[in-house]
Design a protein around this ligand. Structure first.
Ligand SMILES: Cc1cc2nc3c(=O)[nH]c(=O)nc-3n(C[C@H](O)[C@H](O)[C@H](O)COP(=O)(O)OP(=O)(O)OC[C@H]3O[C@@H](n4cnc5c(N)ncnc54)[C@H](O)[C@@H]3O)c2cc1C
Length: 436
């Protein structure tokens, strides 16, 4: 399960040049290096232009699994896919999972990733019982509560190389998910956000909730999904294989506002015709629909894409989500995929964690030109003005000024950064010469 490219991030924009190094077989480099997982971050947090990438995907051993307590110990290059498969056979599953299983445990910690269950479970970092961190001058075992632990969770690899992890899993009845869906968005954009929030509020017994939104439609219509674990079929323990592959990059002329509109419209119509409001499906399909298509990022053409994810605090959420999405639509920023969900109040252990209590929205924008990038800059300012932030794991464009407004605590991470570790992202957003 090698990454698609050893150099590029998932959004593919960067043409960085790296030296490569593999964790475990040699001493740490003595000049600028950065740990790298499976390269599923969309932007330059996993890129170190001109420096070395320290690949971890070969350090993927599962070391011990206590099937009575659900604590698993593994090397940090183990993927969530590997862990989930072994765990499920024993009645356990990942406590938090992002929308792809092709992510390493080290990468999941370093971005403190979230899933569809943030309101119930918080972030991935909450389930790390301990980790071993190798720095240029030391190796130590860290536990929740240690300052370096808190800087390493969502530390974007900058505090050193996570080598081993002890992770708490959750009990599940089987490999199934019972899913309910409901269409929303009948009046205008503000009413749609209200409708979505009301659907979530009425789903207290459902750990997983998320909304797909048609950001190209003036009503901001969407489909609400909620899910819970169920027994399911025994055959569902095996993941749905990645069978389809996109053989070529999609031509740029296809990636225009009209095609985004048509794509979103077709998806909404397909969902409207689906009268089965409740179904049971393999959890792989519920959590990782995009994993069925290998290298789906080629759908965005050679110039790649930007995924823009922001969160705004609860009190401001209704109006500001509506205003930001209306701003993007009226600026003709075409998005093929829009997702909305709420973050709950559970505190994350990471100093730089992205989630905060509020509402988060994600949009994919193919090969953004200057005009779209300016519209995103304006959206950044709207997010910052209400005290929100933009997700570094998805970013390749936010300015240094905005980053420092979103994450005023960045200097605390800088103080604990390993002096030999740096990334293209960190140099770009700190841009005061302190990044090495
Ligand atoms: C289809 C898709 C869906 C996604 N859905 C979500 C989602 O729902 N929620 C969410 O939060 N994210 C989501 N993501 C983003 C993804 O989960 C994160 O970017 C994740 O961090 C990627 O892990 P990786 O193993 O590919 O690490 P990489 O992308 O290679 O690296 C990510 C960061 O981790 C650091 N790192 C990697 N390994 C180590 C290590 N051993 N020690 C120290 N630092 C390390 C790197 O330096 C880098 O800063 C999604 C991505 C995709 C492609």
């Amino acid at each position: 399960m090698n990454p698609l490219s050893l150099d590029q991030p998932w959004g593919r924009g960067s043409a960085a040049v790296h030296k490569h190094h593999f964790a475990g077989d040699t001493p740490l480099p003595d000049s600028s290096w950065l740990p790298r997982g499976l390269g599923r971050s969309y932007g330059d947090v996993c890129v170190n232009d001109g420096g070395t990438l320290l690949h971890t995907f070969r350090q993927d051993r599962l070391i011990a699994f206590d099937t009575t307590t659900g604590v698993i110990e593994c090397e940090a290059g183990a993927s969530l896919a590997d862990i989930a498969e072994v765990a499920l056979r024993n009645g356990w599953f990942l406590p938090v999972t992002p929308g792809t299983r092709f992510v390493t445990v080290g990468g999941a910690i370093a971005n403190d990733v979230h899933g569809k269950n943030h309101q119930h479970a918080g972030t991935f970092g909450r389930y790390v019982r301990s980790l071993t961190l190798r720095r240029s001058d030391s190796v130590s075992e860290l536990k929740p509560g240690d300052a370096l632990f808190s800087a390493t969770v969502a530390g974007m690899g900058l505090t050193g190389l996570i080598e081993r992890v002890r992770l708490q899993l959750i009990r599940v009845p089987g490999a199934g998910i019972v899913q309910q869906t409901k269409l929303f968005g009948r009046a205008d954009a503000l009413a749609s956000v209200d409708e979505f929030l009301a659907l979530e509020a009425a789903s207290g017994d459902w750990p997983y909730t998320v909304g797909w939104i048609d950001t190209m439609h003036h009503r901001l219509r969407g489909v609400f999904f909620r899910g819970n674990h169920c027994r399911g079929d025994l055959a569902w323990h095996k993941p749905v294989p990645t069978t389809l592959a996109l053989p070529i990059d999609m031509p740029g002329w296809l990636l225009r506002p009209w095609s985004a509109k048509a794509f979103n419209g077709a998806y909404f119509r397909a969902q409207s015709m689906n009268t089965a409001m409740q179904s049971e499906l393999p959890l792989w399909q519920f959590f990782y629909p995009l994993d069925a298509v290998s290298a789906w990022n080629r759908a965005y053409g050679k110039r790649g894409f930007v995924q823009y994810q922001f969160v705004v605090p609860k009190a401001a959420a209704r109006e500001s989500v509506t205003q930001i999405l209306t701003h993007l639509r009226t600026s003709n920023v075409a998005s093929y995929l829009g997702v909305i969900k709420s973050f709950g109040d559970i505190r994350s252990p990471g100093l730089m964690s992205f989630p905060m209590p509020g509402v988060t929205v994600t949009v994919d924008i193919a090969a953004p030109a200057e005009r779209e990038l300016r519209a995103l800059d304006r959206a950044d300012a709207m997010v910052a003005d209400v005290g929100g932030r933009v997700y570094p794991a998805k970013d390749s464009r936010m300015s240094s000024v905005m980053f420092k407004r979103f994450f005023p605590q960045w200097r605390e991470l800088e103080a604990l950064r390993d002096c030999n570790v740096s990334s293209s992202f960190w140099r770009r957003v700190t841009s005061d010469g302190s990044g090495k």
